[in-house]
Design a protein around this ligand. Structure first.
Ligand SMILES: Cc1ncc(COP(=O)(O)O)c(C=O)c1O
Length: 311
């Protein structure tokens, strides 16, 4: 994408031209809500659902974006069209054509001083597209990743509701650094203060035990839209599902384990804290779900990621 355009508070600008103040509440306070959507064959996937979740986050955080959900949708599609003209849908497997659509909305210019709720002017609305780089996950579809519990615990929802998709990412980043001390390629499993499995820094967690697909509720994890898609696909495939409390024990003893998130959709895990999950190979339910998702969107998700790896 040579001259990428971005959207900043009412204007479409070349990315180098888009600047925000060092006093923006995004910088001063990490006071920003966010969404990440991806495309499949250039078509945004579940964009309306992402925008609905965005507006829920905005409502709960009392940020007024100064535009309706319909305007946000139109602006998002307009930006996408400027960066990725839609005229031809590309063949599945061409990984260069899909992108990320990111919304970041901060409360706006923060007045430095005693009261962080005092703002000048309206929200800062930022939207950008980015080529979808899947290289760091691509090998996990075949071999599975190593899931490792972080030492730090999840921020309790009583302090910051996990359903608010926000950019205050320090806790997630520190947790991920901890798991990388164990294994540089590990993917973090964050546990809440009661000892229940919560989520990953950017994904939800599923465990398959005796044919039942289980995932934590959104009491301690983001209500992920990939999680929603997996639950929908499981229903279609007749795989029983349960949203429930899970402890590390349930992950140690699971037959299959995987993460879900917008960019990679489903990322299998074949080790948990150094022990094999099930027989140590990517399991059949995980594979069926990946296959069903690929059919749903007309893109071979695994092939698309693999194509990004050096030959
Ligand atoms: C903390 C957290 N949990 C879960 C997810 C997965 O959500 P989704 O499937 O909507 O991408 C994300 C996505 O970025 C996240 O940040």
């Amino acid at each position: 994408m040579p001259s990428r355009m971005v959207y900043l508070s009412g204007e479409y600008l070349a990315e180098q031209e888009a600047k925000i103040s060092i006093f923006d509440s995004a910088v001063m306070l990490g006071d920003t809500v966010t969404e990440s959507t991806r495309t499949f064959r250039r078509r945004p996937f579940k964009l309306e659902r992402h925008i609905r979740r965005l507006y829920k986050s905005l409502k709960v955080t009392r940020i007024d974006p100064g535009m309706s959900p319909e305007q946000m949708l139109r602006t998002t599609l307009d930006l996408l069209e400027r960066n990725f003209p839609q005229h031809e849908a590309v063949e599945s497997g061409d990984s260069s054509e899909d992108c990320w659509i990111v919304h970041n909305i901060s409360r706006g210019l923060s007045i430095a001083g005693a009261d962080p709720t005092r703002q000048q002017g309206g929200a800062t609305v930022m939207i950008f597209n980015q080529p979808l780089d899947l290289t760091s996950w691509a090998s996990f579809y075949e071999h599975g990743c190593h899931a490792v519990t972080a030492m730090s615990r999840a921020t309790p929802s009583q302090s910051l509701d996990a359903r608010i998709k926000n950019r205050s990412r320090l806790a997630y980043t520190l947790a991920e650094m901890e798991v990388k001390l164990v294994d540089p390629l590990a993917q973090g499993v964050i546990v809440d203060i009661q000892g229940n499995i919560a989520e990953n820094k950017g994904g939800n967690i599923f465990a398959v035990s005796e044919g039942v697909l289980q995932t934590p509720t959104s009491a301690n994890s983001l209500a992920g839209l990939s999680r929603e898609t997996v639950l929908e696909l499981a229903d279609t495939l007749g795989i029983p599902t349960r949203q429930t409390l899970l402890q590390p024990y349930d992950l140690y003893t699971a037959d299959e384990l995987f993460f879900t998130s917008t960019p990679y959709c489903i990322m299998p895990a074949t080790q948990f804290n150094g022990l094999p999950v099930g027989d140590g190979a990517v399991g059949p339910i995980t594979q069926r779900l990946l296959q069903a998702w690929s059919e749903l969107v007309g893109v071979d998700i695994v092939k698309q990621a693999r194509n990004q790896l050096p030959a």
